[in-house]
Design a protein around this ligand. Structure first.
Ligand code: HEM
Length: 532
């Protein structure tokens, strides 16, 4: 009896000690901000302030807006990414300092994924650090100038046209098989899950422009590029856990060999690009696409018209290795597949729900096409002001990148009260979704109102409160391409079809709490009918 009582107490003491130890470890860093009198969110042991993401109780945008709103009244505040203290910037002036004026202190994104844990990601521009990032960014920038966009325009426009033709046939030819895509016939119209449709479009655009491979993912719904692209970019529950694991401890994830992308997928991608480059090299094929520009960058012959010196001598960049090229093509694919299709889903949904705005946009498109003999050209697409306003407002309401980050690389004292000095390695979050929904900057923030971006109004937007593509030298290198691609598909679609609300259209929109992709549960269903 005595011995079982003693062993009970030994067990109870041991369990208590373990709980206390875990508590001490799990809250070890959680006094970081309060000790410095910095306003901060109240953390939970181990999870810090990541609970809503870890437990799936909030969607990613809701989570970011919540962090932003809880720090209301402060220019910046503290947040715990599990055990890691992170500074959240709220004030536009501070965002300007960090992303532009004092950029030298915040050159890098936080590289949770390193080159040795995930080589394809690690070597890609987004993850590169310091001088290697500088070199790669200046090497790749010439691939994204207006003149290069103009050269790629036709390739992208062909994808938009191809999609329009396919949908036209779907409506008119009842014998045509469409089972593999999420498209259903209903009388003289189609009901379409727009995420499925637009990821097929972005897949075709990115395979033709970044990989140099022509593809028709509507006609050939199971093509391997689309299947692989979906696998790479779907951030489901497993990827969400891996992402959270990397936020908690990149070292642990590396030791456990847990990756975002399986070896099979990364080997597939690597050999695809390598083969394309070899074929181009051996057969002397030249095509106006990104792979050609990357191959020029590899040879050091990619010319940046804007960099030429005063005598007109072309500036030549240093050479790159095959692996560097493969990683950049991969990040273009990754970035282009998901973000642009997300933007297109929200844009088409908002247009269906606001038929007056849709009609006004169609009028602009019709008139511009009429003035250009019905042709969709680079100049005509870029001359459409209302189109630009509609997309800008969509990016405000639903920015596909809900937050951005920076890593401090040189000690920096924030130029505000309370004083706080960031040490090298410390992270910063900029809560884009929260800022875009702040009524102080965007009155009636939940209203879809393209007029905010009209010529008369756009200058009233406070600088550094509209950040869909980030800010400063580390902003999105693909922003021109993304906008061009989105404008092209809207022109092709709206010149031929109307977007309509159907019974399955999610109203109001509820962004999913599962996974990390910004999408809606049940899908972005819309009706599509031909214009008469
Ligand atoms: C609507 C579509 C897109 C959105 C909303 C978007 C947004 C962003 C944002 C917010 C960043 C971080 C910026 C910062 O930290 O200041 C970024 C970086 C980046 N984006 Fe995009 N992006 C889009 C499309 C694309 C496309 C189509 C490409 C490539 C073809 C691309 C390539 C990149 C790359 C390579 C970076 C890293 C830049 C660097 O670190 O120097 N993005 N993007």
């Amino acid at each position: 009896m005595m011995s079982s009582l003693a062993s009970f107490w030994v067990w109870a003491l041991t369990i208590n000690l373990i709980i206390m130890l875990l508590y001490i470890i799990g809250t070890w860093t959680h006094k970081h901000f309060s000790k410095k009198n910095v306003p901060c969110l109240k953390p939970l042991p181990v999870f810090g302030n990541m609970g809503p993401l870890a437990f799936g109780t909030k969607s990613f945008p809701e989570f970011i807006a919540d962090v932003y709103n809880k720090l209301k009244g402060h220019k910046y505040g503290g947040f715990y990414e599990f055990l890691k203290p992170v500074v959240v910037l709220r004030d536009p002036e501070l965002i300007k300092m960090v992303t532009i004026k004092d950029f030298e202190h915040f050159l890098d994104h936080r590289n949770l994924i390193t080159e040795d844990s995930e080589p394809l990601f690690g070597k890609a521009l987004f993850n590169l650090q310091g001088p290697r990032w500088r070199h790669m960014r200046s090497t790749l920038s010439p691939a994204f100038t207006s003149s290069k966009m103009k050269n790629m325009f036709t390739l992208v426009s062909e994808c938009g046209d191809q999609m329009g033709d396919f949908l036209h046939r779907c409506i008119n030819d009842k014998t045509m098989k469409i089972e593999s895509c999420k498209i259903q016939r209903a009388d003289r119209r189609l009901e379409i899950e727009m995420k499925d449709l637009f990821t097929r479009y972005t897949n075709d655009v990115i395979t033709t422009t970044a990989l140099g491979i022509g593809c028709d993912s509507l006609k050939n719904p199971q093509n391997e590029f689309y299947t692989m692209g979906k696998k790479i970019t779907t951030m489901g529950t497993l990827q969400r856990l891996v992402f959270l694991g990397y936020s908690l401890s990149p070292k642990l994830m590396k030791a456990l060999k847990l990756r975002f992308i399986s070896d099979k997928l990364s080997d597939y991608f690597r050999s695809l690009i390598q083969k394309t480059m070899d074929t181009r090299e051996n057969k002397g094929i030249i095509r106006p696409d990104m792979i050609h520009l990357l191959m020029q960058a590899k040879k050091g012959t990619l010319k940046n018209e804007e960099d030429d010196d005063a005598n007109g001598t072309p500036s030549i960049k240093p050479k790159l290795e095959d692996d560097d090229i493969i990683s950049q093509a991969f990040i273009f694919f990754f970035a282009g597949f998901e973000t642009v299709s997300t933007l297109m889903c929200f844009a088409s949904h908002l247009l269906a729900v606001h038929p007056d705005i849709q009609t006004r946009l169609q009028k602009e498109i019709d008139q511009t096409l009429q003035e250009n003999d019905g042709k969709v050209t680079y100049e005509s697409v870029h001359s459409m002001k209302y189109l630009d306003m509609v997309l800008s407002e969509t990016l405000r309401l639903y920015p596909p990148a809900v937050f951005m980050d920076r890593k401090c690389v040189k000690t920096y004292t924030l130029p505000t009260e309370p004083s706080y000095t960031l040490q090298p390695g410390e992270g910063i979050w900029i809560p884009v979704h929260g800022i875009h929904h702040d009524p102080e900057y965007f009155p009636d923030p939940e209203k879809f109102d393209p007029e905010r971006f009209s010529d008369e109004n756009k200058d009233k937007i406070k600088p550094f409160t509209y950040l869909p593509f980030g800010s400063g030298p580390r902003n999105c290198i693909g922003n021109r391409f993304a906008l061009m691609e989105s404008k092209i598909v809207l022109v092709h679609m709206l010149s031929r079809f109307n977007f309509k609300v159907v019974s399955r259209t999610p109203i109001p929109i509820k962004i999913t709490r599962r996974g990390l992709n910004i999408t809606v549960d049940g899908g972005f269903w819309l009706g599509l009918e031909e214009r008469i």
